[in-house]
Design a protein around this ligand. Structure first.
Ligand SMILES: [Zn+2]
Length: 120
């Protein structure tokens, strides 16, 4: 269940950032998850729901998750192309198979939206 602690870190980060920016209420949170990471979106969503009502700032926020595929880069010719889930890494340009994966293991907050404090 490392998703629970990940989600906690995400919510803490947002909470700190929101209070720095005088944001009273967080309405939407967008997270990007590399889809070859070990993070399970369903578990992340479950963790988020379990935090509802605890950190007041993010309690009613809408959680948007996007799984992002890694990019494959050919070391022979430099061609970059999307990762194929079928596992065929062969370069479409030169036919080489000396390739590296970029990304796919990340988890980050792309943005969050919130409402500013009302001063009146
Ligand atoms: Zn190539």
């Amino acid at each position: 269940m490392h998703e629970t602690s990940l989600m906690y870190d995400v919510l803490r980060t947002i909470e700190i950032s929101a209070s720095d920016n005088d944001i009273d209420e967080v309405t939407e949170i967008k997270l990007v998850i590399g889809n070859i990471s070990t993070i399970l979106p369903d578990a992340l969503r479950f963790a988020f729901d379990s935090f509802k009502g605890h950190p007041p700032l993010a309690a009613d926020a809408r959680l948007v998750l996007e799984e992002r595929l890694p990019e494959v880069e050919c070391r022979t010719c430099g061609e970059k192309y999307p990762f194929s889930p079928l596992g065929d890494y062969t370069c479409p340009r030169c036919g080489g198979y000396d390739v590296q994966l970029n990304g796919g293991e990340e988890l980050y907050i792309e943005y969050y939206k919130g409402r500013e404090q009302n001063d009146c």
